[in-house]
Design a protein around this ligand. Structure first.
Ligand code: TRP
Ligand code: ZN
Length: 866
């Protein structure tokens, strides 16, 4: 770093929280009563806490707060004055072991742009408390190991806020006079403050009913604005499926009489699992065929299931501290992946899961923001809701399930839920249950929780005398703060196929690679074997094998594990693309063309799988395979292979495209056919240019559903014909009043492969419909641009500057969302010196900005150091 930058970096404005510093709470709060006098300009919150000294000590009661000061404090009913505010905490001197503390504060929901605590979204008042938002509502020990039984009373204007919801079950409601009304809710299950929620708004409900397997009737409700009720059937149906699935697969039953979901337009994440009252980003609730794609439908089902599953994995058993976040998130992602896999093609679901891991988590593990699944320290916990904690965390659970086998894994989950019900647990508690009920030793496996970085496994197979030897060697590259790595326990599913006969030469074997290097011997191998390894992606690692183009092509046609077939095709394509990008060598293109043709011709494959298998790897994933990413060369190679495939398989793409048109139905089969048709359209466009734009435009106009309309618009948005502007204008005029669809309009342009994409994005940031204050809108333009590898990494540095400008502006409104969008700038080490310097300059500019949030400061300063 040069001196100027070094001087510009202020000392860290925030403290660091360390896992090893965990201490049990000094005071417990078994009971809380909250009374809200709701008003968007000024809401008065009165809390009554029954507090209990935890152990023998003389410490005062210390309560977390943020952005308020108390109006009054009472102890056992009497006003006191000897409280003080220490930093952001309220300190109340208390004698004795058990007291009642009452606190009154005032907050301003309509000024809350960071969307943590109590805030207003389009006229609805709602809360978001995870991870540390409850302290913005009132003073409280805002940590997940303090579990309380809550009762809530809300009073609000009856016309503006006719619906008043909170956790648990409704108790009573009535008229409060002066045009106001009140409602009381109570939740019998002790919970941490991060699971508290309330909603007040002019909402309509789509009701359902679920009878649990023990015969209890649960009233379900999806609450939205009146105009959106027609778009809630899919979410409601998904909820019913998820409830039934959790009973069947995990034996988990719902526990309250009501389960409500509310959709709001302004939300920092996807959704939140508040006990009995999930609050959702409206993009994960609202769907009809005209406005939502198949992908949106799938995502809604997955997120509804995810939040519902948290009722057990997160709520009934919660986290002791935020370092244990993956205890609930990794496990719950694993559970929602299992649910989604059971709704349609399990193979395609696994392909999508692995693709998401490689797109989001592998780069994180390989860069300056790398951290273990159970982190050791943080400045701002919101920065640790990451692909590592969620997606890699889910892979850890999957590996344990693989090692134990299904019946023992289920028994271990039962033990975990039984043993820790009603408590705040740790990742260690979970692993200990796996060990105990599984009868296995997971001592070495535990490194997956402590060691960051993606292990790399070298695999080479030799054959002689009827014997095959598989040599495996593992190594994990260093990550920030972890220079040396211990060997990991890697469950690798392996199988051998005969190169001549094509038949299986062995059963599938589960190899538990524990040492830095091991050799596995297979006897009775009578012909040259071809290696199928990490089948089903049994371990989240990178496999480096010496398999030839011929062997990969063979596996892409013959492997009996569909994921492994997909994987062989991807490896074939990746090798071909990297050779072209690095050396201009197109020697492997023929093999790719033949393999793609074989996949399209195979009548045994369903269209959904065919579509995913023939899609080229993303530009960033290709870049990840190179020593130094050359974004222009990657783009050129990928476009070249796309055109080659488009031209040489033109008849096949046309045949795949020209199938009979059908009315929209959201079934796995129809979805697969639509996906293949839209993939074919992309290849046709690559080969035919303007002519395919006409085809796309025709599809765009004729489509009776958003999947086909967006499939066509994506092709047009990257094209050069005048039909492009026409389609974008038609789309805009048609959907401008629907925020979720308008997000797609911004996003499709931010992802365009046109040369002018960077300039277009800068222009769109000045569009009257663009607003950083809405996280979905910010993500649709700024977030999408960050993953447009070529445009974002323009050699001029204009993309980097644009992103930094947007992040600085957004940080003043919504630090959490700003910090989430920073990682594209953290990848500087992967690029050439010129680009790296430009990225670092923007990071230094961010870090040197006065008044930065700790969210953005942590991400930017760590990215710069890395
Ligand atoms: N617990 C939520 C989930 O994964 C995540 C979440 C929702 C969240 N809103 C948040 C995390 C705000 C941090 C901040 O289901
Ligand atoms: Zn979650």
């Amino acid at each position: 770093m040069d001196i100027q930058n070094a001087l510009a970096v202020p000392p860290s404005p925030v403290g660091v929280t360390r896992r090893e510093d965990y201490r049990p709470p000094e005071w417990l709060v078994p009971e809380v009563a909250l009374d809200f006098d709701l008003d968007p300009a000024r809401t008065v919150v009165r809390s009554r806490l029954r507090v209990e000294r935890n152990g023998a000590h003389r410490e005062p009661l210390r309560l977390d707060g943020a952005g308020q000061v108390p109006l009054s404090v009472r102890v056992d009913g009497a006003l006191i004055n000897d409280w003080r505010v220490d930093g952001e905490r309220l300190v109340v001197p208390l004698s004795g072991g058990e007291r009642t503390v009452e606190i009154e504060v005032a907050i301003e929901p309509e000024k809350n742009t960071q969307l943590m605590g109590l805030y207003a979204s389009g006229g609805i008042l709602c809360t978001q408390c995870e991870a540390e938002g409850f302290r913005r509502i009132t003073y409280f020990p805002d940590r997940p190991d303090v579990l309380s039984v809550y009762s809530v009373r809300m009073t609000a204007d009856a016309a503006r806020y006719p619906v008043l919801l909170a956790n648990g079950d409704p108790v009573a409601s009535g008229d409060a006079g002066d045009g106001r009304h009140w409602a009381e809710w109570s939740d019998p299950f002790p919970k941490p403050s991060y699971l508290f929620a309330l909603v007040a708004g002019d909402l309509q409900v789509n009701r359902g009913e679920f009878v649990t397997r023990s015969g209890r009737t649960v009233e379900l409700g999806i609450w939205v604005r009146a105009a959106d009720v027609a778009k809630t059937d899919h979410a409601l149906h998904s909820l019913e499926l998820a409830m039934a699935w959790d009973e069947k697969v995990y034996g988990r039953e719902y526990d309250l009489d009501v389960f409500n979901i509310v959709a709001v337009d302004d939300f920092n994440f996807g959704a939140m699992e508040n006990k009995g009252l999930n609050i959702f980003n409206s993009r994960y609730v609202l769907a009809d065929p005209d406005t939502a794609t198949d992908h949106d439908y799938d995502a809604i089902a997955a997120v509804v299931a995810h939040e519902y599953f948290h009722n057990w994995s997160g709520n009934r058993v919660t986290c002791r501290d935020w370092f244990q976040l993956s205890l609930k998130e990794g496990f719950t992602v694993y559970r929602d992946q299992g649910f989604s896999a059971d709704q349609g093609s399990a193979a395609v679901n696994r392909i999508e899961g692995v693709r998401a891991l490689r797109a989001g988590q592998f780069p994180e593990d390989a860069g300056p923001l790398a951290h273990p699944v159970r982190p050791d320290s943080y400045q701002e916990i919101s920065n640790f809701y990451t692909a590592t904690v969620y997606n890699k965390g889910a892979e850890l659970i999957r590996m344990m399930a693989t090692i134990l086998g299904a019946p023992k894994f289920r028994a271990a989950c039962d033990l975990y839920f039984e043993r820790f019900d009603g408590t705040a647990a740790t990742c260690e508690d979970f692993v200990a249950c796996m060990e105990e009920a599984g009868g296995v030793d997971l001592a070495q496996f535990r490194r997956w929780y402590t060691q960051a970085g993606t292990p790399r496994v070298q695999a080479s197979l030799t054959h002689d005398d009827g014997r095959a030897r598989l040599r495996l060697a593992q190594a994990t590259p260093p990550t920030p703060g972890q220079a040396t790595k211990e060997p990991m326990l890697l469950p690798l599913k392996v199988k051998l196929f005969g190169a001549e006969t094509g038949r299986a030469l062995t059963e599938e074997r589960l190899v538990l690679l524990a040492d830095p290097a091991e050799t596995i011997v297979f006897e009775g191998v009578s012909e040259r074997p071809v290696l199928s390894i990490n089948r089903g992606f049994s371990a989240p690692v990178v496999i480096e094998s010496d398999r030839s183009v011929t062997d990969l092509a063979f596996l892409s046609a013959n492997d009996d594990d569909p994921f492994a077939r997909y994987e062989a095709m991807q490896q074939l394509m990746l090798d071909a693309l990297v050779a072209d990008a690095v050396e201009g060598d197109q020697g492997a293109y023929d093999a790719v063309v033949a393999a793609v043709a074989g996949t399209l011709d195979d009548p045994a494959l369903d269209p959904a799988f065919q579509a995913e298998a023939v899609v080229l790897p993303s530009e960033s994933f290709i870049g990840d395979q190179m020593g130094v990413v050359d974004p222009d060369a990657v783009f050129r190679a990928r476009e070249g292979l796309r055109r080659t495939l488009g031209e040489r398989l033109g008849e096949r793409w046309a045949a795949a495209y020209d199938g009979p048109r059908e009315h929209y139905a959201y079934t796995p089969e129809a979805k697969g056919r639509r996906r293949l048709r839209n993939v074919a359209l992309g290849f046709l466009a690559a080969a035919r240019g303007g002519e395919a734009d006409k085809l796309a435009f025709t599809q765009f106009e004729a489509a009776d559903n958003m999947t086909d309309r967006m499939g066509a618009l994506a092709v047009l948005a990257s094209g050069t014909s005048e039909l492009r502007e026409a389609a974008l204008d038609i789309f805009y005029l048609r959907h401008r009043d629907n925020a979720l669809v308008l997000d797609k309009w911004f996003q499709v342009q931010a992802l365009s492969s046109r040369d002018d994409a960077g300039a277009a994005v800068a222009e769109l940031a000045r569009h009257p419909d663009f607003a950083l204050s809405n996280p979905n809108r910010a993500r649709s333009l700024v977030g999408a641009f960050g993953v447009n590898q070529r445009a974002f990494n323009a050699a001029s540095g204009g993309g980097y500057r644009f992103l930094a400008d947007q992040l600085l502006a957004l940080d003043r409104l919504n630090p959490q969302t700003a910090a989430k969008l920073l990682p594209p700038l953290a990848r500087w080490r992967r690029f050439d010196a010129g680009r790296a310097a430009l990225m670092r300059a923007e990071l230094a500019r961010i870090v040197g900005t006065a008044g930065l949030s700790k969210d953005l400061f942590e991400q930017a300063s760590k990215s710069l150091e890395g």
